[in-house]
Design a protein around this ligand. Structure first.
Ligand SMILES: [Zn+2]
Length: 122
């Protein structure tokens, strides 16, 4: 599949050849084209779309039931969240870190920091 950012893109403000770069916002990595002369940016349309999906999911509240399984309680994570994270390759392991963050609040951490850092360095 060819990527539109593999084409030569000229800045619509100053006509300079734009360069590929990455932009991180809310832990989300965007592919961007940046004009080295005037700093004009174009965000990759696919990444923009994915980000919108992410924002929609982020603000969505799910009501899930707790079930007693042996001596533990199990909560099901909605499939649309897991599928989205898998698509984004944010899940690299099936082990997650669970933390009793605050009264009435549990957090689940799907990111394997070591693997993620390694990936960013590559
Ligand atoms: Zn420019």
């Amino acid at each position: 599949m060819t990527d539109i950012f593999d084409n030569t893109i000229l800045c619509n403000k100053c006509n300079t050849k734009m360069q590929k770069a990455q932009l991180v916002k809310n832990n989300f990595v965007f592919r961007v084209m940046i004009c080295p002369k005037c700093n004009e940016k174009i965000i990759h349309p696919l990444d923009k779309e994915e980000y919108n999906k992410f924002v929609n999911l982020k603000n969505k509240e799910f009501h899930v039931k707790m079930r007693l399984v042996g001596n533990s309680y199990a909560v099901s994570i909605p499939k649309e969240i897991v599928s989205f994270m898998k698509e984004q390759e944010k899940i690299m392991d099936d082990m997650v870190r669970l933390c009793f963050e605050d009264m009435g609040r549990l957090s689940l951490n799907f990111k394997n920091e070591d693997k993620l850092n390694k990936k960013l360095k590559e």
